[in-house]
Design a protein around this ligand. Structure first.
Ligand code: G3I
Length: 345
C-alpha cells in the first residue's frame, strides 16, 4: 500500500488541502495525482467567496463551485465550504448597501442560495470567517455595523436551515492567542447559550517557523474542545520569511520585495531552514496527535509552495516555502517528517 498523509493519519483526523482553480479544473496532472493520493479533505481557496460566487445582486457564478463539489464527491473527499459570511472579498454591491434590512436580505439570500444549492454535499461550512479583532472584540464590518452582533447567530441559523447536515464552523486566525481566543470562546458560548447549532471552531494556523507558539495552540485545543465542539486546523502553513511588521513597522510597501533582506531564499531554501521547517511541522503534528480525539481535520492552505498565498503577502513577489511539497510538487523534508511520525518504526 502506498504511503500517504491521508492513509498515515486515517485513524487520527482528516488531512486536507486548499484547491485553486487549476486544481479544480484538473489542469495540472502531477498536482492532481498528488492531491488524490495525499488528501481526503478539500477547501476552495477562493471560488466560494461571495465576491466570486455572488458578484451581483441576482447573479451567481456556480460553475467552478459545482465542479469543486463534484471533484470532492468523485474522489470521496470531505468537502468544505469556505465561506458564507466574511467582511472581506465581498461583492462591490454590498459596500453600497445603506439599510440594515438590505444587508439582512443580502445575507439571507446568499446563505439560502449557496448553502442551499449544495445541501447534503458539503460536509462542513465555515459559516462566519474572521469576525474578531486581535483584542477579542468584534471586528467592524458591514454585518456588525448594520445588524449588530446578532448577525453571527443569524448566519449560523440560516446555514443550519439551508443545510441541516453540514457541520457548522466558526473560522478565524490567531484565535490560539489568548486575547483573541477569549473573544472566540465568548462568541461560541453565546451561540450555544441561545440554542444555536455550532459544531466546531476552525483555527486557521497561518504560523511562522520563528514565532510558533505551541503552548497557545495546545491551550486552545483544550479550551475549545471543552465547549463540546470539534477543533479543526483549517489553513495551515508556516512562513519561513521575515515578517516586515517585525522589522520595519507597518509600512508594508512593494519595494521591500526588491530587498534581499525581505526575500532571502529567492533561489533556494538552505538546508538549515529546510530542517527548521521540518522540525516545526514535527512539533505541530506531535501536538495534534496528542489531541487527536479533539481534532477533526488538519488542512494545508495550498498544495505546494508555488501555489501559496504567502508568496504574495504581506509583500508581493517573494519566494516562500510554507508547505510540504516544493515547487516541482515533490515532497520536502517536512513531508517526510510528518509522515514519519506515523509510519517510522
Ligand atoms: O483572480 C484575480 C486575477 O484575475 C487578478 O489578475 C489578480 C490581480 O491581483 O488577482 C486575482 O485575485 C486574487 C485571488 O487571491 C486569486 O489569486 C486576489 O487579488 C487576492 O486578493 C486573492 O487572495 C486570496 C485572499 O484569501 C483574499 O481573498 C488568497 O488567494 C487566499 O489564499 C486567501 O485566503 C484567506 C482565507 O480565505 C481566509 N483566511 C486567510 C487566508 C489568507 O489570507
Amino acid at each position: 500500500k502506498t504511503q500517504s498523509l491521508k492513509s498515515a493519519y486515517q485513524e487520527d483526523f482528516l488531512i486536507g488541502t486548499a484547491l485553486g482553480t487549476e486544481h479544480i479544473l484538473e489542469r495540472n496532472e502531477k498536482a492532481n495525482v498528488l492531491i488524490k493520493r495525499e488528501f481526503n479533505a478539500i477547501t476552495p481557496e477562493n471560488i466560494m467567496k461571495s465576491q466570486l460566487i455572488h458578484p451581483a445582486p441576482n447573479r451567481y457564478n456556480f460553475d467552478l463551485a459545482d465542479k469543486y463539489v463534484e471533484y470532492g464527491q468523485k474522489n470521496d473527499m470531505y468537502v468544505v465550504g469556505h465561506t458564507l459570511v466574511w467582511h472581506s472579498q465581498l461583492p462591490t454591491f454590498v459596500g453600497k448597501i445603506k439599510s440594515a434590512d438590505s444587508v439582512r436580505i443580502f445575507m439571507t439570500e446568499h446563505i439560502n442560495t449557496v448553502a442551499g444549492r449544495y445541501a447534503g454535499k458539503i460536509n462542513s461550512w465555515d459559516v462566519v470567517n474572521e469576525a474578531l479583532n486581535e483584542d477579542g472584540t468584534l471586528r467592524k464590518s458591514v454585518f456588525l455595523n448594520k445588524l449588530g452582533e446578532g448577525y453571527i447567530k443569524e448566519a449560523f441559523e440560516l446555514a443550519a436551515k439551508a443545510d441541516p447536515n453540514a457541520a457548522l464552523y466558526y473560522n478565524d486566525y490567531n484565535i490560539e492567542q489568548p486575547a483573541k481566543r477569549k473573544g472566540a470562546i465568548e462568541l461560541i458560548k453565546k451561540l450555544q447559550a441561545s440554542g444555536t447549532k455550532i459544531d466546531g471552531v476552525g483555527i486557521q494556523g497561518h504560523w511562522s517557523i520563528k514565532t510558533l507558539n505551541l503552548k497557545d495552540i495546545e491551550d486552545s485545543i483544550i479550551e475549545f474542545s471543552q465547549l463540546g465542539i470539534k477543533v479543526a486546523f483549517t489553513e495551515l502553513d508556516l512562513t519561513v520569511l521575515p515578517n516586515p511588521w517585525d522589522l520595519r513597522g507597518a509600512d508594508v510597501n512593494q519595494r521591500f520585495a526588491e530587498s534581499p533582506e525581505m526575500n532571502p531564499y529567492k533561489d533556494a531554501l538552505p538546508d538549515s531552514v529546510q530542517t527548521a521547517l521540518a522540525n516545526r511541522y514535527t512539533d505541530i503534528f506531535k501536538l495534534f496527535l496528542k489531541h487527536r480525539d479533539k481534532i477533526s481535520r488538519v488542512t494545508f492552505w495550498g498544495v505546494n509552495d508555488s501555489h501559496s498565498w504567502l508568496n504574495g503577502f504581506p509583500i508581493r513577489n517573494r519566494t516562500n516555502y510554507p508547505l510540504l511539497f516544493d515547487r516541482a510538487l515533490e515532497p520536502k523534508k517536512a513531508y517526510q517528517a510528518v509522515l514519519n511520525l506515523k509510519t517510522a518504526k
